[in-house]
Design a protein around this ligand. Structure first.
Ligand code: SAH
Length: 218
């Protein structure tokens, strides 16, 4: 961490505290999620020119037309995924800057995260390495169909919206596992998919706005 970031870090501990209080008022109750978000420095994932806004409840540009999700969405998706329990192996589709992966690394034993844009993949990989998060495995790949060599996953999070739920991805969910993802194009909703012995249960949750899931690598 360079001295500039270390300097911002001093203020960030306080700023992060305010972010946690705001998340509580927004309805996030899982103390494990709140602790995870309080321990991950969000500003280091964001361009220095924007780091003063790192803890605001907004999504911010991370380059290549992509955005880091607002803290509330990261907290909400992680809370739904966890469902009050420690997670084993999880998959994130859409690493972006790596922030969500860093949060997941605090609440899951093992995190696989897939990104299709090479410069974002490289930057996230370095950032997660610098933060010594050794339980995160970042891959440069098209995650439309998940990541077959890591499956099955106890949890799957998608950081980009597909027009419809893919069967291939559903099949990578372990029995007893949960998947949280945005579905839709113009109008998008967050969905929770639970896999039980009997099959899949889908629940529609909040209206959301995510960047689209795109195919191929770039
Ligand atoms: N969780 C991220 C959010 C990044 S935005 C963060 O914390 O910053 C969503 C990301 O999904 C973008 O980086 C985009 O490139 C990626 N994405 C879109 N389609 C994808 C696909 N098919 N496979 C892998 N990543 C994809």
């Amino acid at each position: 961490m360079n001295s500039l970031h270390a300097g911002i870090g001093m203020t960030s501990a306080r700023t992060r505290g305010r972010m946690i209080e705001r998340l509580r008022t927004q309805g996030i109750q899982d103390e494990v999620v709140l602790a995870a978000m309080s321990s991950v420095p969000r500003h280091v994932f964001i361009d220095e020119a924007l780091s003063s806004r790192a803890y605001d409840d907004v999504s911010l540009p991370i380059g290549h037309g992509q955005t880091i999700s607002q803290p509330y969405i990261v907290a909400r998706m992680t809370e739904i995924l966890r469902n009050g329990k420690q997670l084993g192996r999880v998959l994130e589709v859409g690493t972006g800057c790596g922030y969500q992966a860093a949060v997941l690394a605090q609440v899951a034993k093992e995190v696989y995260s897939v990104e299709r844009i090479q410069p974002l993949y490289l930057r996230a990989k370095k950032q997660l390495f610098d933060l010594k998060l050794r339980n995160v495995n970042v891959r440069y790949a098209d995650g439309t169909s998940g990541l077959s060599d890591g499956a099955p996953f106890e949890g799957i999070i998608m950081a980009c919206a597909a027009p419809a739920l893919s069967d291939a991805l559903k099949e990578q969910l372990a029995v007893g596992g949960r998947m949280v993802l945005p579905i839709g194009t113009q109008e998008q909703y967050l969905y929770l998919i639970e896999r039980t012995e009997a099959g899949f249960r889908e629940t529609r949750l909040d209206a959301v706005k995510f960047v689209p899931l795109l195919s191929g690598k770039t």
